[in-house]
Design a protein around this ligand. Structure first.
Ligand code: S3P
Length: 436
């Protein structure tokens, strides 16, 4: 385990080139593999998680050529995949395991999916149940990895209401549905990120969406033929969030981040920043591969204050900013009145128990924090440097690196190397824009 020291910063200034969006990159690789022809993906995420997806696809017979951030995938349609003899290692990546399990089930591939200690502790029954309903046979240890998928099963389309707001469950089922008999409909009560639906359309697949008063229904037909379609992956808004919070909280800052994804199912983090009085400018809106993109400019302010004193982050908004709660909890320490996060029980089953991790680290740094089963409340606090643990969780490590910039004294992130899971080079880029 390695340590990273962080010193307080006066401001952040400069342009930041962010890695390609992690969620979109996973889907780009998987759907390219299921398409007919060669797809060139530019600005593919540099993250270890997306590398796990690439390696898993290679192991089932897909040719993937990597040249820097350009990835070329030779798709096989729905035939010609091979069942691997060795276990497929999904590493730390829940998205790899859940999405690939859906894809492999649809293709009738026999395989064993394994992951690291964190991933092995995360809930998989949520995909095992719907995939089993469709005809897959998946053995697990009490709903956890390793997952053993039986070969040669033929799936039938389903209609499934997902019990927890999760784009991973939705995507797993839709991917299975592409090669099932008949149609597959996923019903979600809370809207989750819709990158899979958008990218399926980019590959020429018809996706039907019905928005009702209480829910959203997404339908795909089995036997759909995907056509290879090049794309450029937008910069990752979840990575942008760390810099946006740091710049907002440090007066005199001005940073620009070109080409950031602005998918409405991911932008609640910007809304929260604005509702805390931050200065966020969205410039040059455009589309890339059926995803909205913009250049983001964030400037610092003397004083952050909530525009609505009763504002609580809860309900439908939570799924939209689930990955940004660690950094927003750090933002809360800088906002007059602080911030409260509720309805976020899912945070307890991410790469770490993020509620427990945030509470422990914020306390170590002297913050005023209260833990709830489904969230936390963080008051405005003067942070002091401390040695904090990453809990092996990339977003905790990066959030507390930002906390270190805002604190008095020196902060040490213990086990900082996990940032590679989503953002290799994070600390170097951060240092390159810090003014002391
Ligand atoms: C993701 C969806 C979210 C998110 C994860 C990536 C995706 O997980 O936390 O980092 O790419 O679909 P859930 O859908 O399980 O909430």
């Amino acid at each position: 385990m390695h340590n990273m020291k962080i010193l307080p910063a006066r401001s952040l200034r400069g342009e930041i080139r962010l890695p390609g969006d992690k969620s979109i990159s996973h889907r780009a690789a998987i759907l390219s593999a299921l398409a007919h022809g060669v797809t060139t993906i530019s600005n593919f995420a540099s993250s270890a998680d997306c590398r796990s997806t690439v390696e898993v696809l290679r192991a089932v017979g897909i040719t993937v050529k990597i040249d820097g951030s350009t990835v070329r995938v030779t798709g096989r349609g729905s035939k010609g995949f091979s069942s691997p003899k060795l276990p497929l290692d999904c590493g730390n990546s829940g998205t790899t395991m859940r999405l690939f399990a859906g894809m492999a089930s649809g293709l009738g591939l026999g395989c064993k999916l394994i992951g690291d200690e964190s991933l092995t502790g995360r809930p998989m029954q949520r995909i095992i149940e719907p995939l089993t309903n469709m005809g897959a046979e998946i053995a697990s240890t009490d709903g956890h990895a390793p997952l053993l998928l039986a070969a040669g099963r033929k799936l039938t389309g389903t209609e499934y209401a997902i019990p927890v707001a999760s784009a991973q469950i939705k995507s797993s089922i839709l991917l299975a549905g592409l090669n099932a008999e008949g149609t597959t409909t996923v019903i979600e009560k809370v809207v989750t990120r819709d990158h899979t639906e958008r990218m399926l359309r980019h590959f020429g697949v018809e996706v039907t969406e019905t928005i009702g008063a209480e829910d959203r229904r997404i339908t795909v037909a089995g036997g759909a033929a995907l056509k290879a379609a090049d794309m450029t992956i937008p910069a990752d808004i979840s990575a942008a969030a760390f810099f946006a919070v740091a710049a907002s909280a440090l007066a005199g800052s001005e940073i620009s981040m070109p080409g950031v994804g602005l998918n409405p199912s991911r932008t609640a983090v910007l809304e929260v920043l604005r509702r805390c009085g931050a200065r966020i400018e969205v410039i040059g809106r455009r589309e890339a591969a059926n995803e909205p993109v913009c250049d983001l400019v964030v400037s610092g302010k003397e004083d952050l204050k909530r525009t609505d004193p009763n504002f609580v982050i809860r309900g439908a908004m939570v799924a939209n900013l689930i990955d940004e709660i660690p950094i927003l909890a750090v933002l809360a320490t800088q906002v007059d009145g602080g911030l409260e996060f509720r309805d976020a029980l899912e945070l307890r089953v991410k790469e770490s128990d993020r509620i427990a991790a945030m509470v422990a680290n914020l306390k170590l740094m002297g913050a005023d924090v209260q833990e709830f089963t489904d969230g936390l409340r963080v008051g405005r606090s003067r942070l002091r440097g401390a040695a904090v643990a990453s809990f092996g969780d990339h977003r905790i490590a990066m959030a507390f690196a930002v906390a270190g910039l805002l604190a008095k004294g020196e902060t040490t992130i213990v086990g900082h190397e996990c940032v590679d899971v989503s953002f290799p080079g994070f600390f170097q880029i951060l240092e390159s824009v810090v003014v002391r």
